[in-house]
Design a protein around this ligand. Structure first.
Ligand code: GLC
Length: 433
């Protein structure tokens, strides 16, 4: 215990090494979350054990029938790469307490039961095959472990349980080579970092994997925030995690559910919101009982991947905060310095489109997808694009990205509600961004 840094020293150290550790993450923008476990067989939410008050012995029977087909993680990773995602995070052990690896400290696992295989090993191998960074989701809450609830009021139980969690995660971060992200979840029933021994555990984890990125759910701020089912920007690094259907992280039988899932356009809109706000999107897929990707996720993700293959410059890489106000009513703008990427959702009829607010001289405008130049005129703060094709040039999703090239970060003045203010040289400067 005394070998460990104090909270203040630790947080300072984490902050001072963050930029280097997180360089890839800050540019990756888009990842796949996988929720897979015994609950996938039930198809009524990964919380089913708790929500439906399953007796433990009855729930354990699901371990016998759990039988993901060989190669399932490979399908996830292949689709993630195809979708333009750069990393994956998989539930190694969700709240149900079942480990998907060859755990020595948790015999309730996928090597002793069900498939008799190490699914984590298969996942890691698949990520590496497709060049994806690797994240492990690890629940703090555990409904199966006898100390999982006693820890809240029994000191001995608490010590046993927090030790158990450390050993589980030690296995995960020791046995599979380089791991990039540790994604904790649900610090309950205890509610403080002291209760969970997070300070010590996270230092151990960082010793095991010096480049590890840790999320903010172990009651310490660590590296990044995790808005869930909403996309809300913040000053610190953040990653919005979103379900694919607004219903559940674990598989739900889409034939039995309200038919709702994201199409490519909605996913691209989420990417726009995260990119403009400087964050990442971790989009969830809840594989079917046999581990297959639900069919309704395949087409949208593949389309997003095709769109990103042509328009990725608007999304990936270092982006600078630009105006949250738009230059027109047709979409948002991301910026990497000299380039503004205008995500167009409403292609104009009549071959012309105007953008308001840019005070810097524009060098060129092109279609991002193929670099073809567009004609333009710049009159004061107004850019007039001319001779545009009659239909959206983007054939993949209908969302065309225009690249506006300036000499450096452009000066931009939001209209301030009065278009006249854009005309004059005596612009007062309010709302200057
Ligand atoms: C939660 C839920 C959980 C899900 C997670 C994803 O807090 O308990 O089931 O895994 O969020 O962010």
């Amino acid at each position: 215990m005394s070998n460990w840094m104090s909270k203040t020293d630790y947080e300072q150290w984490v902050a001072s090494t963050r930029a280097e550790r997180m360089a890839w993450w800050r540019e990756a923008r888009f990842g796949m979350f996988i929720h897979f476990g015994l609950y996938s067989q039930v198809g009524r939410n990964e919380w089913v054990m708790s929500l439906e008050n399953y007796p433990i012995a009855e729930y354990e029977k699901l371990a016998e029938t759990f039988n993901p087909r060989p190669g399932a993680p490979r399908q996830w990773a292949e689709l993630a790469a195809k979708a333009g995602m750069k990393y994956m995070v998989m539930t190694t052990r969700h709240h149900e307490g079942f480990s998907l690896w060859d755990s020595k400290v948790n015999p309730y696992n996928s090597v002793n039961y069900g498939p008799k295989r190490d699914i984590v090993a298969e996942f890691v191998e698949a990520c590496r095959e497709f060049g994806l960074k690797i994240g492990f989701y690890s629940s703090l809450m555990d409904w199966h472990h006898p100390d999982g609830w006693r820890c809240a009021f029994d000191t001995e139980a608490r010590l046993r349980f927090t030790h158990y969690l450390t050993e589980l995660n030690r296995e995960l971060l020791t046995n599979y080579g380089k791991i990039d992200v540790l994604w904790y979840d649900v610090a309950w029933p205890m509610t403080s970092w002291e209760g969970w021994d997070s300070l010590e555990r996270n230092q151990i984890m960082r010793q095991l994997q010096p480049h590890l990125i840790i999320n903010n759910r172990s009651q310490l701020d660590e590296d990044f925030g995790t808005p869930e089912e909403h996309i809300t920007a913040s000053e610190h690094d953040w990653e919005a995690c979103m379900t694919f259907n607004g219903l559940s992280w674990g598989y739900v039988d889409s034939a039995q559910a309200i038919p709702y899932s994201y199409n490519a356009q909605r996913i691209i809109k989420m990417l726009q919101t995260t990119t403009l706000g400087g964050g990442n999107l971790l989009l969830n897929v809840g594989p079917m009982p046999d581990g297959s990707v639900p069919p309704e996720a395949i087409e949208p993700l593949t389309t997003v991947g095709r769109w990103l293959a042509e328009n990725g410059a608007a999304v990936y890489g270092k982006k600078v905060k630009f105006s949250t106000w738009p230059a027109s009513g047709v979409g948002g703008m991301s910026c990497d310095g000299a380039n503004i990427y205008l995500w167009n959702w409403v292609w104009p009829r009549g071959g012309e489109m105007a953008l308001g607010g840019f005070a810097s001289p524009l060098r060129a405008v092109r279609l991002l997808k193929d670099g073809s130049p567009l004609q333009f005129e710049q009159r004061g703060h107004r850019i007039l694009l001319k001779n545009l094709p009659p239909t959206p040039p983007d054939q993949t999703a209908g969302i065309t990205v225009l690249q506006l090239e300036f000499d450096g970060p452009p000066e931009f003045h939001f209209a301030s509600y009065y278009p006249q203010l854009h005309q004059g040289v005596d612009y007062a400067g309010e709302n200057k961004i």
